[in-house]
Design a binder for this molecule. Sequence first.
Ligand code: C5P
Length: 237
Amino acid sequence: MANIDKNPRVIVALDYPAAEPALELVAGLDPSLCRLKVGKEMFTRLGPGFVENLTARGFEVFLDLKFHDIPNTVAAACGAAADLGVWMINLHASGGRRMMETAMERLEQRSARPLLVAVTILTSLGDADIAEVGYGGTTAESVLRLARLTGQSGLDGIVCSPREASEVRRELGEDFLLVTPGVRPASASQDDQKRVMTPLDALNNGADMLVIGRPVTASADPLGSLRTIQDSIAAFV
Ligand code: C5P
């Protein structure tokens, strides 16, 4: 795995329909306290210029576009994302070993590269859903199988539920990066997340980095909420 600084461990998910409210939030945050995640909605609406705006403000950006295509296309997309100067990108492990290896090879040709992590099984899918698309076994078994394939393909780690983190950590070892959404401070609303863990529990369970959206973005005091989260995980800084 690339030599990485895990701090700050919080990645704030910017899920807004327009640039203005996102930039208003970002103006009140601090790159020493968080990284930022830009997903499909904001990127599709606002494009690379929005990402460059965030990096120009000193933030490290996780570009969450979950690439899934033939190896050459995904490798080219990863190269284009790297050209934007982002810190982390992702793809679907179900695109297969050759897709993942080709993407990683393309990134490793660069003097500096973003971290590359994989999504195994979307947490919106249950056992019946994955059976319907042709996967055998349980979601938990598929997560582990795809996590192993991701590691064998040379990627830096995976995005997973904090509840899956301890088992993946046991199987894949200390150097495999685990990025976990579905994290809620004890005092925050669960929103539409069904199975959540507190930031401290997630890190104790093996997570390295925490994707946290609404507990910060919907807070009346985003910086204060972020500081409270940081204080709760001070043991890991
Ligand atoms: O607001 P909240 O903390 O729920 O935001 C979590 C972020 O992580 C959102 O951008 C969501 O799309 C993303 N995510 C997730 N669960 C997954 C994968 C990604 O919540 N399994």
